[in-house]
Design a protein around this ligand. Structure first.
Ligand code: CP
Length: 308
């Protein structure tokens, strides 16, 4: 396989296992480019990309912008907080006005699940979902699984536990789909109130005891408690959450094995992870960020190849 069948990247659900491997192999080549003294290729020099962010972001926005610049694309950045959205302009009007400036690809983050799917029905440009509400964050899942493949050689057969606020997490859903397509076993672990009621129906194991979950897994992908999306109190206090589900060195030292720690960021230090875990040799958190640029270069490059 040498090209993607899909013109947009809206969710992991739309990708086949072969397409994910194609993204990984392309990202391997771009990672080599990023390790050269001159970290730039001319692949997208005829392409203009708009990064359209209706929600806050550090990693995803900067990683996309760097990926686009490394591919020699022209880049414009839009942030809703300083835009005419504040004057009442709609999503479609906003994006159509950006496209009128001859933009070819739109990378969009939005707080509403389905916002990029809506756009894809109404505009011609390629759309990349950079996170839509509590729904999907496909590029995060691709960089996470790429990082597992880099560390272990293969994703197939690995046991991955996703820990924490599964209910509000787009990273969790995209990771579950990607890991399953690549043949990993997936478990979720967290307080029952933060686990979707029917999560077992999509083929994941459920464990409420963090120690048992860590004893089971090869890799723990630890999620942020998303206080900004929680409309009610799902646990008594952050202190209690940290006591029962926080991962610290003492807990890791008590296991009969070594496990790899991942986190998509931003980390609430001292709540879901202590610093001695986040910054330890077991953590691949900064490798995830580094790999994000190569993986996003691969996605932009492959989607640009579907343009007619
Ligand atoms: N992982 C992630 O999506 O981080 P940002 O919100 O900073 O983009």
């Amino acid at each position: 396989m040498s090209e993607l069948k899909t013109k947009h990247l809206l969710g992991i659900k739309d990708l086949s296992e072969k397409e994910i491997h194609l993204i990984f192999e392309t990202a391997d080549d771009f990672k080599d480019v990023l390790n050269r003294p001159i970290k730039k290729v001319p692949s997208l020099r005829d392409v203009t990309v708009a990064n359209v962010f209706f929600e806050n972001s550090t990693r995803t926005r900067l990683s996309f912008e760097l990926a686009e610049k490394r591919l020699s694309a022209d880049v414009i950045n839009f942030s809703s907080s300083s835009s005419s959205v504040k004057k009442g302009e709609t999503l479609l009007d906003t994006v159509n006005n950006i496209l009128a400036m001859k933009v070819d690809m739109v990378v969009m983050r939005h707080s509403s699940p389905g916002a990029p799917h809506f756009l894809a029905k109404h505009i011609k440009a390629n759309i990349i979902n950079a996170g839509d509400g509590t729904h999907e964050h496909p590029t995060q899942a691709l960089l996470d699984t790429f990082s597992i493949r880099e560390k272990f050689g293969d994703v197939a057969g690995k046991k991955v536990v996703i820990v924490g606020d599964i209910l509000h997490s787009r990273v969790a859903l995209s990771n579950i789909f990607a890991l399953q397509k690549l043949g990993a076993e997936v478990m979720v672990c967290g307080p029952a109130t933060l686990l979707p009621k029917h999560i077992r129906e999509i083929g994941v194991k459920v464990e409420l005891d963090i120690k048992k979950a860590l004893e089971w897994c090869d890799i723990a992908n630890v999620l942020r408690i998303q206080l900004e999306r929680q409309r009610m109190s799902y646990f008594p206090s952050l202190r209690e959450y940290s006591l029962y589900y926080g991962i610290n060195k003492k807990l890791l030292d008590s296991l009969n094995k070594e496990i790899t720690i991942m986190h998509p960021g931003p980390i609430n230090r001292g709540i879901e992870l202590t610093s001695d875990v986040a910054d330890s040799d077991h953590s691949i958190i900064l490798q995830q960020v580094e790999n994000g640029v190569a993986v996003r270069m691969a996605i932009l490059f492959l989607l640009a190849g579907t343009r007619t």
